[in-house]
Design a binder for this molecule. Structure first.
Ligand SMILES: *Cc1c(COP(=O)(O)O)cnc(C)c1O
Length: 473
């Protein structure tokens, strides 16, 4: 399996060559040169497998330059009951016949990003050890991604994490989750400025190529291909858990932001998993819903701050991978679209004239559908699910259920992905239900744990000095 760029400007590379990188050299995203297609017999054989076995079956097809035994060991070390709360790793809960919630948020940071990030931590450690290399991960976070990255990389050999966060702008729970880590390879940097300033600082350092090279700076953002592939596994797991034969179909509703999670579902479907619909749920930041309704992709000038904050995005960074498939995996066409995006701020796939069918028609063929949700929907859905089923869901999952129900079809099981636990978003749960959500065992007093962080002003020079002082050369 080789990887190329969506924009055609990267020589074919192996999985381990793209593992540690961010964007491809030409600004595009790394994509596999084909989707491995599972035969009927292979799918049938997967039916009886546990999570680790399934993960190996799926992931190994994309990681052909990692020896099978090494990959097995990495997967077995990652997906344990100790880290994810049960042998099931991703348990399915049934609300009513034909309506289910897939629990993806039982990892250390109580959000679905752990599922992929925990694997990434072990893959990074493995790849770095092979080359006796080191990596310094630099990132900015307003909550979920940063903590998932820290919990995945803590204590890993050859890796340091420098994570910028806006001082006093995250919830007390999120702050405590990150700042209470005492591992010497984790550096929490509280910046005395809003989140956007943190992102600007990360960009400024990443654009200084000499500094980046000298201090071996890397990232773990959502465009990382290994993260996307790791997420494809639970679509398989859920399908086999809810069907009796491979002639049945099921649909998934996916609370979406950067399109990583639903992109993984698309990959599973391309590999031959009988998924009927992949329903993209957005919040008020509805750039993806607009695209799937109209064919117009139009990143927004500003992010709206909502009560499902982990879906607050202006553009969906993984969407380029899906668009590449829509235009028949032709990098020249894709590149043209992104040039138009630069120039005009949007493109319209329903209007591309020289194709036999507008490329947008493929959206249906790929099973994609969408909808948007707002604060009032979220609150009403949390209330309804609690009242009807006695289950407390988080605001992101509520967006998924709200949109999923609009697209539900009779006779087709619908699975909503639970992307976080309600304990992470107490304020919204209080507004909806008038009470605090339950916290999982071990998190009761997280705010009172000792915290370890440094404070910096929004100054790139000081950030560079901070890193330089902590990276041996
Ligand atoms: C990251 C995140 C999402 C969005 O996932 P994408 O892969 O970016 O589409 C949704 N919900 C929660 C809780 C998240 O942390």
């Amino acid at each position: 399996m080789k990887y190329t760029s969506t924009r055609g400007g990267m020589p074919p590379k192996s999985f381990t060559e793209i593992l540690l990188g961010g964007l491809a050299d030409d600004g595009g995203l790394a994509v596999p040169d084909h989707y491995p297609r599972l035969s009927k017999a292979e799918l049938q054989a997967m039916r009886g497998m546990n999570y680790c076995e399934l993960a190996f079956e799926v992931i190994s097809r994309f990681t052909t330059d990692i020896p099978a035994d090494d990959l097995k060991a990495i997967i077995n070390k990652t997906y344990t009951a100790k880290t994810f709360g049960s042998e099931d790793i991703a348990p399915v809960r049934t609300l009513e016949p034909g309506l289910h919630i897939l629990g993806l948020s039982n990892g250390p940071t109580l959000a679905f990003k752990d599922v992929a990030m925990q694997l990434l931590g072990n893959l990074f450690e493995y790849a770095l050890a092979k080359d006796r290399a080191e990596l310094n991960i630099l990132g900015g976070t307003s909550g979920d991604t940063g903590s998932a990255a820290e919990y995945a990389m803590r204590g890993k050999r050859g890796i340091r994490v420098f994570m910028l966060s806006p001082l006093g702008k995250m919830s007390l729970f999120q702050t405590a989750q990150m700042y209470s880590l005492q591992d010497p390879n984790i550096f929490n940097i509280a910046v005395t400025a809003p989140f956007d300033a943190c992102q600007d600082m990360v960009k400024a350092v990443s654009n200084d190529l000499a500094f980046k090279e000298k201090y071996r700076i890397g990232t773990v953002n959502s465009i990382n291909w290994a993260r996307v592939v790791a997420q494809a596994v639970y679509y398989f797991k859920t399908y086999f858990a809810l069907t009796k034969s491979n002639d049945e179909q099921i649909s998934f509703a996916v609370p979406s932001g950067n399109f990583g999670n639903v992109c993984a579902g698309h990959i599973a479907r391309q590999m031959g998993l009988p998924i009927r619909k992949l329903i993209v749920a957005t919040n008020e930041n509805d750039v993806l819903d607009e695209f799937f309704r109209t064919g117009v992709y139009r990143p927004r000038p500003e992010t709206l701050h909502t009560s499902s904050p982990s879906m607050d995005i202006t553009k969906a960074s993984n969407f380029e991978r899906f668009a590449y498939d829509l235009v028949g995996r032709d990098p020249q066409i894709l590149k043209g679209l992104w040039q138009q995006l630069e120039k005009d701020g949007y493109f319209d796939l329903s209007q591309i004239p020289d194709a036999q069918l507008p490329y947008f028609a493929k959206v249906k063929e790929f099973g994609l559908a969408s909808g948007a949700s707002c604060h009032a929907d979220r609150i009403a859905t949390i209330r309804r699910v609690h009242g009807q089923y006695g289950v407390v869901i988080d605001p992101h999952t509520a967006d998924g259920i709200k949109v999923g129900m609009e697209q539900r079809e009779a006779g087709i099981p619908l699975v909503c992905l639970e992307t976080a636990l309600p304990a992470k978003f107490e304020e919204t749960i209080r507004e909806a239900l008038g009470k605090d959500p339950q916290r999982p065992a071990g998190y009761e007093n997280i705010e009172s744990l000792p915290q370890r962080f440094d404070t910096l002003p929004p100054d790139v020079g000081q950030l560079k000095a901070f890193i330089a002082a902590r990276v041996p050369r």
